[in-house]
Design a protein. Sequence first.
Length: 113
Amino acid sequence: MPVSSSFKTLVVDQLNRAVPRIRARPMFGGVGLYSGELFFALIADDTVYFKVDASTRPEFEARGMEPFRPFGDEGGTMQYYQLPEDVLEDPETLRPWAEKALAVARQSKGRRK
């Protein structure tokens, strides 16, 4: 799950244009992405994945995006889906996608408490 420093920088810069207080933390060979204390996205193998739930997953699937598979194709999936490249490239398009991922993370965090 290596992440190149140039890709990480690109992702953080783009997200900072779309949502507040983005920070990146190393995580199991990848990178966890946070807005404040909310973990809402990750980077693995130079691919961005946003947190999804039943209400947001169809938008990703409609674009042909795949779920994050931390243990390869034979392993299970997590509630994170690939972000389309064209979305990452445009901060105005990125904003609503990031806001939805943050809302899912916020809701998920609230259920755990």
